[in-house]
Design a protein around this ligand. Structure first.
Ligand SMILES: [Zn+2]
Ligand SMILES: [Zn+2]
Length: 407
């Protein structure tokens, strides 16, 4: 790391190139690990590059951005050569009038991953497309069923049987306001290594899932890989005696090492992860033996999904666009019963194992990733091959090596 007396993304002068490319070649050769060189501009702008050993030569690869994750805000510094700011578009005039060109240029260049394209995720996808995001990855193994149609935005009777990611991708391409929107639809679980790696290549992740295994994986992404996760949940309680709505509440969580993890905030627990992995979570005998308040619930309605999706997307916007003097908001909860939205600012428990996983990178990989290579639609294989060609796999050379939980 060193600093330069000029603003913005910095290049390398001959002294820098000699230091990073020759002097530091020895530790790179000795460890087999790549080197990351960082330069700080006079305006606080970071720039970065990777150096890797290629035989006797050091090969330099410029990063397309540097991300700084903090308690109050998320700062992105883009390499304008590799990720140029988009042209100002009239279609986004009211949006840009609201938060300005700088925010729009950051939002447009974010790579956004949406995990779960159900009642929450399909609405998050719409919002992401409308605010002009250019690169999106969609992950969900599920297909549209008739009983989804009351809550799934942009899905019609004709879509029954199609992968949810395909329906959402089509709508995003149609409704997106970016000059060019590139949507990668992965019809597989995030437990699949291909989807996991694609998620790790994103700058932000939206978690619109309620199963323990995907939630645990999102927790890894937020802590081991420092990718902010914005997730939400809806809970509806019905009164079976009177066949009526008793209460409903929904929550939105921001998950980073400065916030609270999904385990400590009660979205799932480790025994539920084991039960999902061994199949007992889906075992009807097991479910009927559970106390009523622990049985899996699927009750939800479109307006509740709309509210939680809006809360999740706005959590991302306040973290990315909001100035540092705005309040810290780790969680928000809205109660339909009294109309109140409250902020919950609890931290992880002191013995939380995700605290130990912070910034651990590939050294902390969920042991239960699967490695099925999908052979479904050629379009799917095409998008995976495009990801592989882009070299995202080569950024994570040690992911194949399994590390059991805990350290
Ligand atoms: Zn320099
Ligand atoms: Zn925790």
């Amino acid at each position: 790391m060193h600093s330069h007396p000029g603003p913005g993304w910095q290049g390398l002068n001959p002294v820098d190139a000699d230091t990073e490319g020759n002097v530091l070649a020895y530790p790179v050769g000795a460890t087999g690990l790549p080197l990351v060189g960082l330069t700080l501009g006079s305006d606080g702008y970071w720039s970065a590059r990777f150096w890797e050993r290629d035989g006797k030569e050091m090969r330099r690869r410029w990063c397309d951005k540097v991300r700084i994750i903090g308690p109050m805000s998320y700062k992105l510094y883009f390499n304008d050569n590799l990720r140029p700011a988009p042209q100002r578009r009239n279609i986004l005039k009211r949006t840009i009038d609201s938060w300005g060109d700088k925010a729009q240029n950051d939002i447009a260049r974010l790579k956004v991953g949406i995990v779960g394209l159900g009642s929450g995720g399909s609405i998050v996808a719409e919002a992401v497309a409308r605010i002009g995001v250019e690169q999106v990855v969609l992950i969900d193994h599920d297909r549209v069923k008739q009983h989804n149609l009351d809550r799934l935005l942009n899905a019609t009777v004709k879509d029954i049987g199609k992968p949810k990611v395909e329906v959402a991708a089509k709508a995003m391409r149609r409704n997106g306001t970016a000059g060019q929107i590139k949507v990668t639809a992965l019809p597989m679980s995030i437990q699949d290594e291909v989807a996991y790696l694609a998620a790790l290549d994103c700058d932000v992740l939206f978690g619109c899932v309620d199963r323990p295994v995907p939630l645990e994986i999102l927790n890894y992404a937020a802590h081991s890989h420092l990718i902010p996760v914005f997730s939400g949940a809806v809970e509806v309680q019905t009164n079976p005696q009177s066949d009526s709505l008793f209460s409903a509440h929904w929550r939105a969580h921001t998950i980073t090492p400065y916030h609270q993890c999904l385990r400590c905030n009660g979205q799932y627990n480790s025994s539920a992860v084991v039960k999902e992995l061994d199949g007992s979570l889906d075992d009807m005998r097991y479910i009927s033996n559970l106390p009523a308040n622990e049985r899996p619930r699927n009750e939800n309605v479109f307006p509740f999904g709309l509210s939680v999706a809006a809360m999740i997307v706005n959590s991302m916007i306040r973290y990315l666009v909001g100035p540092d003097w705005w309040s810290l908001v780790r969680q928000q909860e809205h109660q339909l019963i009294n109309g109140k939205t409250r902020v919950i600012n609890e931290e992880c428990r002191s013995n939380c194992e995700f605290r130990l996983r912070r910034a651990a990178g590939d050294a902390e990989t969920p042991y239960f990733l699967s490695t099925s290579i999908p052979t479904t639609a050629p379009s799917v294989l095409g998008s995976i091959m495009a990801l592989v060609k882009k070299g995202f796999r080569s950024c994570f050379p040690r992911v194949g090596k399994r590390h059991r939980g805990g350290t």
